[in-house]
Design a protein around this ligand. Structure first.
Ligand code: HEM
Length: 405
């Protein structure tokens, strides 16, 4: 039997280079049991198999967590439990089916010009400044304005949506939030849910993006609480991951000297998506004993699916850390796979491609400015808090600040 491995994404140094932690695991095999008893898949095929297998559930509610259980009375906890990502089977499909028409490729393309104008306006605004924060000055307002426009909730407070996005990410992480974090999440959810309820009530017009959701609530197919919880979830999913993707892609382009003209090639965009996933890891719980390869994963076991590692599996992608526009590999797992495959994939790809194109045109060439990066101390969702680009700054590669809590 294979020995249990050490893997702790809260180790110092993980934020600066998580791939340095995945690589030795991948070299030792595609699937491991850690010393904490949790499984971790780092091989591409193993990650894809787990995500596509309905015996691995998203609903973690019955699994004891490090540090105890969530407070079930907390409204933010209740809303996270109603979010489609945390549901399985028919309960999941009912909610997802209500929201998926909003996110078809055809519908998303209607927002292309608006995203393009938004990106250009933000960069024009920052022109001339000697310091540019990719998160605060660009990616965050762009992602917020875009998802608000898509949901037709222009009146909702952007700062509140961003606050909730930051507060609620704790529910996607593998440790139990602190009491303070739970209070904070509940407060921001409480205020946001009130604004969302107002937006749903005002969606009388059949052309309003939220009208189909309001109709489902009126028909009794969806409760008002489920609608609000999932609109809040879609808002936070659409902001956090997109900001991370725009920043991670920019850093990959900077490191690998990608030029604006290269982005006309869709294969380069796909490589950026493979190399720069926002969601580095996700979790599943085995509903029954499952034999995966030669490993028996016992019912109730927690399984970490290391998407970022699977996307660089050297057995599947040769020279895995490099952008190779001629690569003939399977599709990247950056947007997940199976039932929970990202509903926002078309929007995320469109936004990222537009953002990267404009960024490469406006920001100084790599090496001409210093990039300083500060990450949130998170395990699953790789979140830059600040990506500071100094025009005409010192030469040299990016410096990373590990933001301890
Ligand atoms: C731009 C707007 C986005 C929206 C509105 C959005 C929304 C969602 C939603 C609602 C789900 C859950 C789907 C379900 O359970 O059926 C999901 C899953 C997922 N999303 Fe996105 N997302 C967006 C962007 C992104 C980006 C930029 C990434 C990464 C590059 C990403 C990666 C994922 C992954 C990996 C999952 C699956 C998680 C799992 O199965 O555990 N998403 N997304």
């Amino acid at each position: 039997m294979q020995a249990a491995v050490h893997f702790n994404p809260f180790d110092p140094g993980f934020q600066a280079d998580p791939f340095a932690f995945y690589r030795p695991l991948a070299a030792a095999g595609p699937l491991h049991r850690t010393r904490l008893g949790v499984w971790i898949a780092v091989g591409y095929h193993e990650c894809a198999a787990i995500l596509g297998d309905s015996r691995f559930l998203r609903d973690h509610s019955k699994v004891p967590r490090r540090g105890g259980r969530h407070d079930p009375e907390n409204r933010a906890v209740q809303s996270a439990a109603m979010a489609m990502l945390n549901l399985d089977g028919a309960a999941h499909d009912r909610i997802r089916g209500t929201f998926s028409p909003l996110f078809t490729r055809r519908n998303i393309l209607r927002y292309q010009d608006e995203i393009d104008r938004g990106a250009q306006a933000l960069l024009r605004h920052a022109e001339g400044a000697d310091r540019f924060d990719l998160v605060r000055d660009f990616a965050l307002p762009l992602a917020t304005d875009t998802i608000k426009a898509m949901l037709g909730i222009g009146d909702c407070d952007s700062a509140l949506i961003q606050r909730f996005t930051t507060d609620s990410v704790i529910f996607l992480e593998p440790v139990t939030p602190t009491a303070d974090e739970l209070v904070q999440a509940e407060q921001s959810y409480h205020r946001l849910a009130a604004q969302i309820a107002g937006a749903i009530a005002a969606a009388n017009d059949a052309a309003h993006p939220l009208h189909p959701i309001r109709t489902r609530v009126d028909e009794g197919a969806l409760t008002a609480d489920e609608a609000a919880a999932n609109i809040a979830f879609v808002l936070s999913a659409g902001i956090d991951t997109t900001v991370n993707l725009i920043c991670a892609g920019y850093l990959t382009m900077a490191a690998q000297s990608v030029a604006a003209a290269d982005l006309a090639n869709e294969a380069v965009i796909n490589e950026l998506l493979r190399l720069s996933p926002s969601i580095h890891m996700t979790g599943r719980v085995a509903a029954e004993d499952v034999l995966l390869g030669s490993s028996m994963i016992k019912a109730g076991s927690l399984v970490i699916v290391a998407i970022a590692a699977g996307n660089r599996d050297p057995l599947v992608f040769s020279n895995p850390d490099a952008i190779d526009p001629h690569r003939k590999g399977p599709v990247s797992l950056g947007f997940g796979a199976g039932r929970h495959f990202c509903i926002g994939v078309h929007l995320a790809k469109l936004e990222a491609a537009i953002a990267w194109r404009h960024l490469l045109r406006h920001l100084p060439p790599v090496g001409a400015g210093a990039i300083e990066i500060e990450y949130e101390r998170r395990a699953f969702i790789r979140t830059p808090r600040r990506v500071l680009v100094r025009r005409g700054g010192a030469d040299g590669g990016p410096t990373t600040v590990d933001n301890g809590r």
